[in-house]
Design a protein around this ligand. Structure first.
Ligand code: ATP
Length: 501
């Protein structure tokens, strides 16, 4: 069995080897928290975004799209609360200069029969409890204590008292007294707009796409003939100067979001109904693109941890190899954002409801998803090592809708011009509809293995029966490895049905 830590290593290595994801600036030693997407990665990302856009925007009557800029008037980020409040608690190690997010740093006191032997401190991970217990055992042995080791109770650094924090050793150097108290660190990237480089020219790279939607609410209402409830959707890059980017593309400093602001009438039962509807819609969408249903979960944020204006927030979680984490957040935000922008801009943003003849600021449900986290969840759901005819095979079982390459086309042998011509012709006509590849080198079994590893759902082989017989081709299914013969016409309708959902 693959252990969880090696599983993510295997996935990272496959992603690099097959051209899905590269470390940014690799020839210069990389750049922490940034990634590049290679030839297959870019196709997979595009398919994920297209599936989302088709299902969430084009196939719904109550949704419209938007593409707002990355840099906007900085007043927007003051109104939204990001300038003052978009921060994470940060802890520095004064000796090593390492920087940690305080809520991702866990510490516990090591006690034997009530006597303290010091503290253990480590970064949050799926194995941190085991590691902390091992360290506690070791400390007890080194101190030559005989008594009973008390349960190791790991707590986030920012939930410890000041006195407790002062006793925690740095996870980098092991030295007590090297860690600072938690301080707020604003995660927005700053830049300057125009030739002047002073405070008056400071602007921000957007840390979320959502505010661009609120800032354009009036434009869309004035031009779009929209009726409540309706949603505005946007896909685009977002930037956060994360203190500890980690877990591959799960948490990076440049990423892409797919966000919806769904505007609804006011009323207690109204938002509850739409909030639940969106949780259900989003969960079934994840199933429809092939995420493993057992890996999906939900986490309801406790009331006391919600922002003061928020009515509720439910995360859709995914069991990544490094633990179960947020994939998408679905928040009921009241009308906080529109109220803020109305106050700060001085423009009336009220919606006039033709039906009730009332003017008001609509409430909103916000399903907010990361493209990169979805990408990783798709890869984790698809990655498998199985056995075919006694041979180990690495396979990515991508759903045909998101698979970067849909079909591999092969002439059975490469030294028969008639076979090659026929296969090339089929390849060119399939290419007009989908991203497909042509491969004529090596034994056919090896060619199948190659496409399995990059998740191509279908292989089509042109053989002697095709050119001498009825023109039919062999279609091989990646998941079952079953083969069937189909006429070219049936091949197209079969693929259409499987891919274009
Ligand atoms: P987290 O608690 O993991 O930092 P968050 O609650 O701050 O996430 P939101 O502000 O709700 O995240 O952002 C919405 C979505 O954007 C997340 O569910 C996630 O899919 C994606 N996302 C947020 N931050 C990052 C990041 N640093 N890297 C990749 N994706 C991200």
């Amino acid at each position: 069995m693959t252990s969880e830590n090696t599983l993510i290593d295997e996935i990272v290595s496959l992603c690099k080897r097959r051209g899905f994801v590269f470390q940014s600036s690799e020839i210069y030693g990389g750049f922490n928290g940034f990634f590049d997407y290679g030839p297959l990665g870019v196709e997979l990302r595009r398919n994920i975004k297209d599936a989302w856009w088709d299902d969430m925007v084009r196939r719904r009557d109550d949704m419209v799209g938007l593409d707002s800029g990355i840099i906007m008037n900085p007043e927007i980020w003051k109104a939204s609360g990001h300038v003052d409040g978009f921060s994470d608690p940060m802890v520095d190690c004064k000796d090593s200069k390492m920087r940690y997010r305080a809520d991702q740093l866990f510490a516990a006191e090591i006690k034997v029969d009530g006597e303290s032997l010091g503290w253990v401190c480590l970064l949050e991970s799926i194995s941190m409890q085991d590691e902390a217990e091992k360290k506690a055992e070791l400390t007890k042995r080194k101190a030559a204590k005989q008594g009973k080791l008390e349960a190791v109770d790991l707590r986030p650094f920012d939930e410890l008292t000041k006195e407790e924090q002062a006793q925690v050793p740095s996870p980098a150097t092991g030295k007590v007294g090297a860690l600072t108290e938690p301080r707020d660190f604003n995660m927005m990237f700053e830049t300057n707009v125009g030739a002047l480089r002073d405070a008056s020219s400071t602007a921000y790279l957007r840390p979320e796409t959502a505010q661009g939607i609120f800032a354009n609410f009036k434009n869309i209402v004035d031009t779009g003939r929209v009726k409540l409830p309706f949603g505005i959707a946007q896909i685009g890059k977002a930037f956060r100067n994360e203190i500890t980017p980690r877990n591959f593309i799960f948490r990076s400093r440049e990423f892409e979001q797919m966000e919806i602001e769904y505007f609804i009438p006011q009323g207690e039962d109204v938002w509850q109904r739409y909030h639940q509807e969106w949780i259900d819609t989003r969960r079934s969408w994840f199933n429809s693109i092939g995420l493993t249903p057992e890996y999906l979960g939900e986490e309801v944020h406790p009331k006391e941890k919600l922002a003061h204006y928020a009515k509720a927030c439910t995360d859709i979680t995914f069991k990544f190899p490094f633990g179960e984490h947020e994939l998408e957040g679905i928040a009921a935000r009241g009308n906080f954002d529109l109220t803020q922008h109305q106050t700060h801009s001085g423009k009336n943003l009220e919606f006039f409801d033709e039906g009730t003849k009332q003017k008001f600021l609509p409430h909103v449900i916000e399903p907010s998803l990361g493209v990169d986290r979805t990408f990783l969840a798709v890869i984790c759901s698809s990655y498998q090592v199985d056995e075919v005819e006694g041979e180990k095979r690495t396979v990515l079982r991508f759903h045909p809708r998101v698979a970067p390459i849909k079909v591999g086309v092969f002439p059975l042998v490469k030294n028969k011009p008639e076979l090659v011509d026929r296969a090339r012709k089929l390849y060119l006509s399939l290419q007009r509809k989908w991203n497909v590849i042509y491969d004529q080198s090596g034994a056919i079994g090896r060619r199948y293995r190659r496409i399995d590893e990059v998740g191509v759902p279908f292989g089509v082989t042109v053989d002697f029966d095709t050119i001498e017989g009825d023109g039919s081709v062999t279609l091989r299914d990646r998941d079952t490895t079953n083969q069937q013969r189909l006429s070219e016409e049936d091949l197209f309708s079969y693929l259409e049905e499987k891919i274009n959902l």
